[in-house]
Design a protein around this ligand. Sequence first.
Ligand code: PLP
Length: 449
Amino acid sequence: MNELKREGDINRGPLRAEWSKQLSLQSSKLVQEDEQYFLKQSMSTPCLEAVADAEGCYIMDVNGKKYLDFHGNSLHQVGYKNPYVVEAVKRQLIELPFIPRRFTSEITIRAAQSLVNKTTSKDYRVLFTPSGSAAVGLALKIARKVTGRHKVISMWESFHGAGLESIAVGGEYVFKKDMGPLMPGVLNAIPYNGYRNIFNSESPEEIAAFCLNYLEYMIENEGEIGAILLEPIRATDTHVPPRSYFEGLRRLCDRYGILLIFDEIPTALYRSGTFYVHQQFDIEPDILVLGKGLGGGVIPQAAVLAKTKYDCAGDISLGHYTHEKPALGSAAICATINYIDDHQLGEHCLELSSFIRKELEHLYEQYECIGDIRIAGLLISIELVKDRVTKQKHSDLAEKILYFCLENGLSFKISGGNCLTWHPSLIVTEQQLSYAIHLLKKGLNQLIE
Ligand SMILES: Cc1ncc(COP(=O)(O)O)c(C=O)c1O
């Protein structure tokens, strides 16, 4: 297996071993105890540290050290312990903590309504699920029911959750290895960023046209495709296809009666610069999948929004989740959206996005090892390469920078082996972003050989 084609960074290596050695007694005791009670898994164990608190843009470890958290599992758009969310969830906990199936309540209706109101057409119906992975499964079920076709095109190297159905559509081998036969009928297309690498073209429109032509070729030759599923902007390495790609996707799906499903689980709620990612491309998906930040960084919460015309599965049980009308999750959704609106986090995100772009462009001019910088809102990727001609991944440097930053109080993750993936909270300040830039620069000066 190619160790580098992975969602996150590698937890077992000499640098991690060194990191573990410098943990305090209290921290290592907890990390070891964690190993004693939890199953091991790639990219999650052994744990880095033990956390004692999380507030705003920061997490704090058991020794009182603060980390500016640019990882946060992409769920902290409104920051940790957001006062709106915490208060709303507390209130809901006391008033009505659970809504049994077959009943409804004002709070869950308001949550669904506020998600629909944020869409452009306001022409969607909602189902809630407890996790993003379950929401992806639900979206695929809706597509099967609507089209009567089970085949799905998703993207190679994509990620849509760790459940058995989501790893079938996901394209990362580290999730599929040893899992045996997966859901049939899944075809992986090469994503926009994949063609970009192979094609070696600098013209986004040219690459988009090539991707779309190949997709059409797949659709025509395979037949019976019911859905195309993708992240409109891949969260991990921030590849942003041009508008023509999305217009073409929409046209293809309409022409062949295919449902277009967008997984915006880590990227929605203004993280990419617009409330929903697709709104910057002026098209709408047939099905939109949301999660992570929806629960305000407090409650695990996901949702599926399907166009009203696809509300046609009343004769079967689609979701049937115990928490399908989630009282606490709904309170968290309403509070999160209110906070975003009241504090104009969308505008703030765009302002800080221009700020970080300028800062990183400046670094790009100074450091040959920065191969590319890709930014959409506050989705930020900094790609480290051995040189700009061969663009060979500089994974060693990326890993060294990660541990240097962790030592100095900045947490983020590495994607694809060499991409520094920064997803700060949307309440981040210019000073906090400047600190991250300062650390990156210091790390590069110190660690480039
Ligand atoms: C793009 C994408 N889809 C789906 C998921 C799965 O969400 P969950 O972990 O809530 O199941 C994730 C989680 O990282 C994700 O990044």
